[in-house]
Design a protein around this ligand. Sequence first.
Ligand code: FES
Length: 233
Amino acid sequence: RTLMSDVEVADDRHPIEASPEVRAKVHADFRQGAAESGFGRRKLIRNTMFGAMALVPLSGVMLLGGLGPAPKTKLRHTMWAKGKRLVNMNTNQPLRPEDVAVGSLTFAMPDGMSEHDEDFQNEIAKAALMIVRLQPADIKDKRELDWSHQGIVAYSKICTHVGCPISLYEQQTHHVLCPCHQSTFDLTDGARVIFGPAGHALPQLRIGVDSEGYLQALGDFEEPVGPAFWERG
Ligand code: FES
């Protein structure tokens, strides 16, 4: 406050182009230089220069090509599919509704994943779920309620800001918090963002129970999980 004045001061921007005299001199110098070098008459040099300029865009193509194959729709899909059981990430056991305790955060992955699978780490990172048991009456969002099972909701564990794993759950408010930049999501209201830099609610996974009483996915996420910097449709 001491150093910065409270009075707003505007300084007009000056024109950045050179004066007409300077520009006329530059043009004259250029023309003189071109005439003296005989550049216009030296076809080989001129054509080589044009050829080099034509190849400039190629470096961009090579650079992009070096980034590997385009992800296509890979970022939109995870390993979740209709009928995949939810497996507890800590115990590696399929989850039943009664395993999901009130007031705790349970982390789950799709059944059938193995550390020996190629790309296991990437797939697990995309598919990681957090599961919470809420009172159905506390759920404000109708779609969230429809996609839950007796108040058990399953959301992507990957923060929609820049992708940190969400790990903090406040049981009184049912808010979850990302430790990286403190984005906070309200699990009773479609996991919408109530604080912080995240731009989107956390994607919800639709769940139910199979014929043997295990929690199962009823499909994949309907939107890309994680950061919002790729195209969402
Ligand atoms: S990654 Fe979660 S708030 Fe930034």
